[in-house]
Write a protein that binds this ligand. Structure first.
Ligand SMILES: Cc1ncc(COP(=O)(O)O)c(C=O)c1O
Length: 405
């Protein structure tokens, strides 16, 4: 009899559990202060509100809400999303929107609909691991473009595009996270967004803009940068948003907004994948939006996460040894740390866990996994007092590792 391995499709052979998951397990012991997962603060979830709304929805409309729904998504929720995007200067028609199982499904649909094996996808280096994973599952060739504090480096992007054009292998799309990037926390400047679209015109490039963290800005008024999609005159941008970080990830709701022909294809693909988003959960989100909960809740989230970011930045300044550098995010969940060259973040990891603190190593975030001395800290999940203590422990682990070196 054949082994399971021998029965696998070629595309499944490359699928493997990430190093992160293995390390994550190591850190799942009592007493560990974890800066590892990109988890929202569970205290902020609307469990009370949902406990009130769901029974009333079921009583009023249960027979419909427990039935299959539209593969495109609920029309009222689509309107809610249109209105929310309009506040960011994105004008869309309902036909240009698909409700999805989170932003993650949008990445899957983009790869499924646009990418053949060996096709190239460009993305920031480092980039979101969930995106790297899904693109690899479609056997794409991933080409990373380096970043600085204001996002992707446009000179490097142009160089890469010129080389790919010479090879007659222009990318299917560029995947970018312009707002409070995962993992670096970087915010792409408005000037870069404009210039990026000019470059996209020059190379006829599609852009997948992932805005999972866009509402979670801490400084200013949130208007100083607008989504790339808001500047898009040529229908080059597929925009994805998510309710995961502003309501809860467990409701699994996000959306894609893009050219209608593409959205139609996405809908067909999703219909045979997961059929439709849950009508009941969509109705819950509509009610939360209509009751004003979202407008009230998002500023509260900004405050919670801003205080945590500030606590982490203050603790880093106090406890990090010389030669360690970190980013200063203006929103989102993450701080990106660069260690002195001689320190390897995965060798440091067990020592940190011994001291009861955990992070995510940086290496798997790079498409070519070439860099070993970076790590990601998430400030979203632990309260401020734990953040200070966790960073103190991490500083201690680093100092000890540096002395031994
Ligand atoms: C940049 C980025 N995009 C997308 C996602 C996935 O979000 P969702 O829960 O909406 O699928 C995450 C989750 O952490 C993320 O960090």
């Amino acid at each position: 009899m054949k082994t399971v391995e021998e029965r696998l499709a070629r595309r499944a052979l490359g699928m493997k559990g990430s190093e992160i998951r293995r390390l994550f397990k190591m850190s799942m012991k009592p007493g560990v202060i974890s800066f590892a997962g990109g988890l929202p603060d569970p205290q902020s979830f609307p469990s009370e509100e949902a406990a009130e709304i769901l029974p009333s929805l079921l009583r009023q409309n249960g027979k419909i809400l427990l039935q299959y729904g539209s593969a495109r998504g609920d029309t009222t929720l689509i309107q809610v999303i249109q209105n929310r995007m309009r506040q960011k200067d994105i004008e869309t028609e309902p036909e240009e929107i698909l409700i999805t199982a989170g932003a993650q499904q949008v990445m899957d649909l983009c790869a499924k609909i646009l990418v053949n094996p060996e096709d190239t996808i460009l993305l920031e280096s480092p980039s979101f691991i969930g995106a790297l994973g899904v693109f690899r599952n479609y056997q794409a060739r991933l080409v990373g473009v380096s970043m600085d504090e204001s996002g992707i480096r446009l000179e490097s992007l142009v160089d890469v595009l010129k080389t790919l054009r010479e090879e007659e292998n222009l990318p299917k799309f560029l995947y970018t996270i312009p707002n409070f990037h995962n993992p670096t926390g970087a915010l792409m400047s408005q000037g870069k967004r404009r210039r990026l679209l000019e470059i996209a015109d020059e190379f006829d490039l599609l852009i997948l803009e992932d805005d999972a963290y866009g509402d979670l800005w801490f400084d200013g008024d949130g208007q100083e940068v607008l989504p790339i999609k808001s500047l898009d005159k040529q229908q080059r941008v597929i925009y994805t948003g998510s309710f995961s970080k502003i309501i809860s990830p467990g409701i699994r709701l996000g959306w894609a907004a893009g050219p209608r022909e593409l959205i139609e294809k996405f809908e067909l693909a999703r219909q045979v994948a997961d059929v439709c988003p849950s009508p009941l959960i969509q109705a819950l989100v509509v009610r939360l939006a209509e009751d004003g909960y979202l407008d009230h809740h998002i500023p509260q989230l900004r405050e919670i996460y801003r205080l945590r970011r500030d606590a982490m930045l203050a603790a880093l300044a106090k406890y990090m040894p010389e030669g360690v550098f970190w980013t200063t995010p203006r929103g989102g969940f993450y701080i990106w740390v660069t260690l002195p060259e001689q320190l390897d973040a995965s060798e440091l990891f067990p020592k940190a866990v011994e001291k009861n603190v955990a992070y995510v190593i940086g290496q798997p975030f790079y498409p070519d996994e070439s860099i070993k001395n970076t790590l990601r800290l998430s400030f979203s999940h632990e309260p401020e007092e734990m953040i200070e203590e966790g960073i103190r422990r991490l500083g201690e682990a680093m100092r000890e590792a540096l002395v031994k070196d």
